[in-house]
Structures are given as structure tokens and as C-alpha cells.
Design a binder for this molecule. Structure first.
Ligand SMILES: [Zn+2]
Length: 67
């Protein structure tokens, strides 16, 4: 439990839907980075996704686009 809480401070687990198949995917974000683009493969259909990460007023948003 203590380990989990330490991890939470370093990484933020975000959930988003795959733009191809609609499956729910998870990604761990490092809050030290701001506004980034990440290329990821869907955990379900393996197609490429173009993730735009935005930090706005302390809120993290993930926009998943079909790559
Ligand atoms: Zn997918």
C-alpha cells in the first residue's frame, strides 16, 4: 500500500479510449512533463494512436487520435 502511494506521486495513471476500436487503454504519465505527444499502440487492436497530453489548471487530459 505504501509503495502504491509513492508511485502515485511520480506517475499519473490515465485512461482513454482507443480511437480505432474504442477499447479502454491506460497510460502512466510523468507529471514532470507538460504538453507532450506520445505514439502508442492500442493494447487491444495494436493500431497506432497519437496521444496529446495536456495539463490545464492541474488537470490532466489525454486526447487520443487515430495515427
Ligand atoms: Zn484499439
Amino acid at each position: 500500500m505504501a509503495v502504491e502511494m509513492e508511485m502515485m506521486q511520480l506517475e499519473e495513471q490515465m485512461t482513454f479510449d482507443c480511437p480505432h476500436c474504442g477499447a479502454s487503454n491506460e497510460i502512466a504519465l510523468d507529471p514532470a512533463y507538460r504538453r507532450q505527444r506520445i505514439m502508442e499502440e492500442c493494447q487491444v487492436c495494436s493500431r497506432d494512436m497519437d496521444l496529446r497530453i495536456e495539463y490545464d489548471s492541474g488537470e490532466t487530459m489525454v486526447h487520443a487520435l487515430a495515427a
